[in-house]
Design a protein around this ligand. Structure first.
Ligand SMILES: [Zn+2]
Length: 420
């Protein structure tokens, strides 16, 4: 008879951690939020308060990698790889995979790095770019969601190199040994528009190609049907492509199922998280990123519970908390955390066997809703299992006060959880 394995649900709430906010009685949104259902898990829980990347403010790619047990400083070859993998573009070693934003430039100065469009508009404009841009290299441009797209150069006149800068302001690429590349959220400090630069001589061809692509694509965008129709309607106009985090190498994440001897599923909605989960060997559960937050949470909770019948462990990613932080909406942020408790945590309390299963609740990085950007603060982690004693309110402050010493870095969370 097969022994039924203990189940694990690992929830990453994007950018959940924050700084204290005056209007929230000097509490963070997580602290301020009423989390009635979470108390069922806090009866037996331990807290951790690890750093993600030390002094650097992480992007979501490095934060999620670290949470799932993959050291970004060892594995990351550039976020573009995961973005394009998550968009089903099947990037390969030697190709160049890039994350793209549709944005706008007015009078030579940055206006926006995010011009939201409908799914159809994004699709139509991406089709035109594929049809009309000619740069002497094979490429595929694929629409994502909102203002996002993926770009893969399949082959060119010379070899591609990922040693190029981003033209998206706010994210600075840094290069480490062994081809490790990470980019950090440094914030937008000025409104100048920068070209993509080669950081090493071997990347000169790639930088030239990318700048040529951006310039030609910008012309196609301004001549596109979508642009003209949006102009008639008085909507925000995209006229500039911002590229970041080009990757030319498979990060080769080891298979998470084999590593821990558990079968993993992922309930995630966005291409980046889909890409990381796929690269880790997880099975993707089909989800649609619902616009309506409550609907989205009901859908994800239901899919997580369903996945538990077939899998030993589920990675669930909740995106909305980061988006509102970037907009400075801290009232929305605590309200979303309360909805997570009401809709998702409550259903998990019913579905998990609290005598033996494990629930992890954490985030990929802190996002300050006052500064409207990612920050380098440590992240709160709750690990709930019957083996542990009682813990009180889950917040940044309580994790700081009372945390286990075994998990100093986010990359240590997963091995600890899998060893329970
Ligand atoms: Zn994030």
């Amino acid at each position: 008879m097969a022994i039924e394995m203990n189940k694990t649900v690992f929830i990453i709430v994007d950018g959940m951690a924050d700084l204290p906010i005056k209007q929230l009685k000097n509490k963070t949104p997580l602290d301020y939020a009423i989390k009635t259902n979470l108390y069922r898990f806090l009866r037996h829980a331990k807290f951790a308060y690890p750093t993600v990347l030390g002094k650097f403010a992480p992007q979501s790619d490095s934060g999620v990698m670290a949470d799932l047990g993959y050291d970004p400083l060892k594995y990351s070859t550039g976020r573009g790889w995961f973005e394009c993998l998550g968009l089903n573009m099947q990037p390969k070693d030697g190709e160049l995979s890039i994350r793209v934003n549709f944005g706008s430039v007015v009078n030579g100065k940055l206006n926006s790095v995010r011009t939201y469009m409908s799914k159809q508009e994004l699709q139509d404009i991406s089709d035109e770019i594929n049809r009309k841009v000619r740069v002497g290299a094979d490429f595929e441009f694929k629409a994502g969601e909102g203002y996002r797209a993926g770009l893969v150069f399949r082959s060119g006149k010379k070899a591609f190199s990922s040693f190029v800068s981003n033209n998206e302001p706010g994210y600075t690429a840094k290069f480490f040994g062994n081809g490790v590349k990470l980019s950090f959220a440094t914030g937008i400090t000025d409104k100048r528009i920068h070209k993509i630069r080669a950081v090493r001589k071997e990347a000169e061809y790639t930088a030239l190609l990318l700048n040529n692509f951006v310039s030609k694509a910008n012309t196609v965008i301004k001549d596109s049907k979508v642009f003209k129709e949006r102009k008639k309607k008085g909507l925000d106009l995209p006229n500039y492509l911002f590229l970041r985090d080009a990757a030319s190498k498979d990060p080769r994440l080891c298979d998470i199922n084999e590593k821990y001897g558990k079968k993993w599923a992922a309930v995630v909605g966005m291409p980046l998280e889909k890409g990381i989960a796929t690269a880790a060997g997880m099975t993707l559960v089909d989800t649609i990123e619902e616009k309506d937050i409550r609907k989205d949470f009901y859908d994800k909770a239901e899919k997580t519970v369903k996945a538990l019948s077939k899998f030993d462990a589920v990675y669930l990613h909740i995106k909305q908390t980061d988006a509102v932080s970037h907009l400075g909406k801290f009232m929305d942020k605590y309200a979303i955390i309360e909805s997570i408790d009401k809709i998702i945590i409550s259903q998990l309390a019913g579905a998990l066997d609290l005598e033996k299963d494990t629930l992890v609740l954490t985030c990929d990085h802190a996002t300050s809703s006052k500064l409207k950007r990612h920050i380098n603060s440590n992240i709160p982690v709750m690990i709930s299992n019957k083996k542990f004693g009682f813990s009180s309110n889950f917040s940044e402050a309580s994790c700081l006060k009372n945390h286990i010493s075994e998990i100093k870095k986010a990359v240590g969370i997963m091995p600890f959880v899998m060893s329970i």
